[in-house]
Design a protein. Sequence first.
Length: 83
Amino acid sequence: MAINSALSKPLTLSPELEAVVGAGPMPRTEVVKQLWVYIKKNNLQNPQNKRNILADDKLKAIFGGKGEVTMFEMTKLVSAHLK
């Protein structure tokens, strides 16, 4: 049960992250959900490898300037933007 409450606890988002997912505070689960909404809406999945995300300027600000990241890398990079 403790794990779920940690995931559902609203966190403060960095301005870069808020530019993509909307204003916080927001639980980590909702941040990831909103990231996927943004990625799909802007067609940012690599067509050859759907597990990879192609970063636009807003996502590059979150991904440390990287142009393409894996789903798993994305989760790790987003953590740096949550408090």
